[in-house]
Design a protein around this ligand. Structure first.
Ligand code: LMR
Length: 405
């Protein structure tokens, strides 16, 4: 009888999803009772006390916002015009001074990538997106999950710990005309290795030859060299190619991770097309999350549009970058002392938060189990997890793990 049939649960066919390789480490590390544990996993900045601080300048801007904000009504699909203009100038510099460019506010860099993916599917449904091998662990699921086809291009030579530039260029030369190339503007995640100025120019040559579309992910502006140098590739390409897409994030350089602040900028061949692109991208936003969150972007806008706050931000950003650099030096020196048979000089060739330690997945597991040292399976480490207080224990743990084979 139909009335006796067991009710079929909507969710019964689902299996548990595997924990995210990066975010899963946050909980694992948190639940580890060992006081000496070290978190080199998720890419968040930490200070010498191991804390991810709210920047002073953000606190000040938040107070100003609290005092002045008179409405929580919706902002439009594109977000706030003053924020978008300030971010466009920060990312593109003088290359942003064109009516071919349109910028919208997005929920972080990931939100920006997701909107770009949907726009791409509307604009060029048959195109593949070429991604570096390896790339940020969330790039493939995010972009493929939106429906895009992905193709890998060689990037990191794990043996020699350098960029495989010739193979990368060959792969891009073989890409069908009109395909899209996802590039990391600076502080490549996970390798920490960026192309030199000459290599960026060679990449741009191939992009021009093959009429490829650069899709630049800029999540770490200011963490490699400085705000302008880190935008070199983006600005160089913007001067040379007719069309490009740029996702940028304020998570790291403003420390606004949980407030979800980013932009998507789209460069079109001419101003008329840019207006069409603008209407389409706003329509995409409406169909995904309707309107972006406001708070973090309003804070960034206050900072970037006030000379004094902006200077104070640059000082704090510089201090973060310099601490990361000095922790690279400290760890490399400690490893040279404690594991002299191994070469870790590539740590110094990398910039920003990340680099590969260059150990096996099995050694990654043992470092976690035996010493409470947490990193992504690939042995990507977040250098911000290193402090003067833990570097000796960390180097000892790595040396002991290497010695055990
Ligand atoms: C990372 O790569 O660790 C960061 O970008 C954080 C994240 O969301 O994965």
């Amino acid at each position: 009888m139909p009335g006796c049939q067991r009710r079929k649960s909507l969710f019964e066919s689902l299996q548990s999803a595997t924990a995210d390789a990066i975010l899963g480490l946050i909980a694992e590390h948190k639940n580890d009772p060992r006081p000496e544990k070290i978190d080199l996993g998720v890419g968040v900045y930490r200070n010498e006390q191991g804390v991810t601080p709210v920047l002073d300048v953000v606190k000040r801007a938040e107070q100003m916002l609290l005092d002045s904000q008179d409405s929580k009504s919706y902002i439009g699909t594109a977000g706030a015009a003053d924020f978008n203009a300030a971010m466009q100038a920060l990312n593109f510099g003088a290359a942003g001074d064109t009516d071919r460019l349109t910028t919208i506010q997005t929920p972080g860099g990931s939100g920006s990538l997701r909107v770009a993916a949907s726009l791409l599917l509307r604009a060029r449904p048959g195109a593949s997106v070429w991604v570096s091998e390896p790339t940020w662990a969330n790039h493939p699921p995010l972009l493929a999950g939106a429906g895009l086809d992905l193709q890998p291009y060689p990037y990191y030579d794990a043996k020699n710990k350098v960029i495989r530039i010739d193979e990368m260029l060959d792969a891009l030369r073989s890409a069908p005309m009109g395909d899209v190339v996802l590039l990391h503007a600076c502080c490549h995640n996970p390798s920490g290795l960026d192309p030199s100025v000459e290599q960026w120019q060679a990449i741009t040559d191939v992009i021009e030859e093959r009429e490829l579309i650069p899709f630049i992910d800029m999540a770490y502006q200011g963490f490699a060299t400085d705000l302008d140098a880190d935008a070199y590739a983006l600005r160089h390409m913007a001067e040379r190619v007719p069309e490009m897409m740029v996702s940028s994030s304020c998570s790291k350089n403003f420390g606004l991770y949980r407030d979800r602040v980013g932009t998507l900028s789209l460069l079109a061949a001419d101003g008329k097309t840019a207006a069409v692109v603008n209407s389409q991208v706003n329509n995409v936003v409406r169909t995904i999350y309707s309107v972006p969150p406001d708070h973090g972007a309003a804070v960034v806008s206050i900072i970037l549009n006030d000379d004094e706050l902006r200077s104070a931000w640059v000082v704090e950003l510089t201090a973060m970058r310099e601490r990361l650099r000095s922790m690279r030096v400290l760890l490399t020196e400690a490893l040279a002392q404690k594991a002299p048979d191994h070469d870790f000089s590539h740590l110094l060739r990398a910039t920003g938060m990340f680099c590969f330690l260059g150990i096996s997945p099995d050694q990654v597991v043992r470092l976690k189990k035996d010493f409470g040292v947490y990193m992504v399976d690939s042995s990507r480490i977040n250098i911000a997890g290193v402090t003067p207080a833990n570097v000796s224990y960390l180097a000892d743990s790595i040396a002991a793990t290497l010695q055990a084979g």
